[in-house]
Design a protein around this ligand. Structure first.
Ligand SMILES: Cc1cc2nc3c(=O)[nH]c(=O)nc-3n(C[C@H](O)[C@H](O)[C@H](O)COP(=O)(O)OP(=O)(O)OC[C@H]3O[C@@H](n4cnc5c(N)ncnc54)[C@H](O)[C@@H]3O)c2cc1C
Length: 344
């Protein structure tokens, strides 16, 4: 790292424009990092001043409090993608080759998917359409439904026929963490470390850094050479299915609640023991409900949308109401997927 020089932190920057919810108060200090060195340097300077540090990726999975975030908020604009090399390895006795692709944590996930699919590399194609950055996707272990049938993979899923393809059965899921090989992290003690996939203990909506507070700087993905046309088919199917299953063109932070565990799903008398949190919110009669400008989406009950000038308070009240009603009716404690950040 070069010699330290004083960085330009801006005071009192409104964060709402940096989120897809368009909600949230100001950052006490704000800095846009364009390189990994700038992240490391700004974190170290903030910590030397005893300022807490918050990394902001695409702002697509967070709810920032109306009173904003104390300390330094770093908007991650890093964007490099590099093919690092190739290695033959053995999987269940079969020789397969891996290609290693390294991405800065600020790379938009969609850009990474398009890049790898264009290179004919398999492993991330199911995630085309995932908003946000590589760092946010590692923090959340973001996921998507794998193409459920050959027909569906042709990209011909519509609102009318989606039940035929998918029913209400739990669908197989692809996790971003599945393709991770290793990552460079910055620890709370300001050390830069290389860690492998197991470090993250990836599980549904879970990665170890949610507890450790490590910052992800770069990630190396292990990908498998594949057939470009086939990979694009899966990628395009993912987009097509997103269009029919998620509200489009609204201000939101994606799914509000985590889906149920299979054990919880069994305890609820729902069709096919669905694990869908949205199903419970819907069947508690809450679809379309409004508090202020915040509304439970009439399209997808697990999305909360901002119809104009919703406050974080409005959203929190809707969340609490939904949790209370679902608990009363189904005995299930819904857990939030959206990450609350800052002061409310
Ligand atoms: C329309 C819509 C559709 C969505 N669909 C899906 C979906 O299909 N599947 C899914 O899983 N999610 C989905 N999401 C949620 C969200 O897009 C993903 O979880 C995404 O990966 C979050 O990335 P981000 O960069 O926006 O994270 P942010 O919202 O910016 O941050 C989320 C958390 O990660 C932390 N973080 C960010 N970068 C770093 C870093 N470099 N190091 C350490 N911590 C970091 C932040 O501090 C914060 O706590 C959707 C959201 C929307 C709005």
């Amino acid at each position: 790292m070069g010699k330290s020089h004083h960085m330009n932190f801006t005071k009192d920057v409104s964060l709402a424009p940096y989120t897809t919810f368009k909600i949230g108060g100001p950052a006490e200090f704000f800095y846009e990092a364009g390189t990994i060195e700038e992240i490391v340097e700004s974190v170290s300077q903030a910590r030397a001043l005893d300022l807490p540090v918050t990394l902001l990726g695409g702002g697509t999975n967070i709810l920032i409090g109306d009173k904003g975030i104390r300390g330094l908020v770093i908007k991650n604009n890093t964007g490099a993608i590099t093919i690092r090399g190739m290695k033959a390895s053995y999987r269940s006795g079969k020789k397969v080759g891996s290609v290693y692709v390294e991405a800065d944590s600020g790379v938009l996930f969609n850009k990474l998917v398009r890049f790898t699919v264009d290179e004919g590399l398999g492993g991330l194609e199911a995630h085309l359409g995932l908003p946000g950055t590589v760092g946010g996707a590692i923090y959340m272990n973001s996921k998507w439904t794998k193409a459920a049938s050959k027909d569906a993979a042709q990209g011909i899923v519509t609102q009318n026929n989606r039940r035929r393809y998918f029913g209400t059965l739990p669908m197989p899921t692809s996790y971003v963490g599945d393709a991770v090989y290793q990552a460079t992290i910055l620890t709370p003690q300001n050390e830069t470390k290389i860690v492998d996939r197991t470090f993250f203990r990836f599980a549904y909506d879970t990665s170890a850094i949610q507890k450790t507070g490590d910052i992800v700087l770069q990630v190396v993905f292990a990908l498998t050479p594949g057939e470009k046309d086939g990979l694009w088919k899966v990628a395009n199917h993912s987009i097509a299915y997103r269009r029919v299953s998620q509200p489009q063109g609204v201000k939101s932070s994606g799914c509000t609640f985590r889906n149920l565990s299979p054990a919880e799903a069994i305890s609820v008398s729902s069709p096919n023991q669905t694990t869908s949190a949205g199903f419970l919110v819907d069947h508690a009669g809450l679809k379309g409900l409004k508090i202020g400008d915040a509304q439970i989406s009439p399209v997808h009950a697990n999305f909360i949308v901002n119809n104009g000038h919703a406050s974080a308070r409005d959203v929190v009240e809707l969340i609490e109401l939904a949790r209370r009603k679902v608990k009363e009716q189904f005995g299930i404690e819904l857990v939030e997927e959206i990450v609350r950040v800052g002061e409310f």
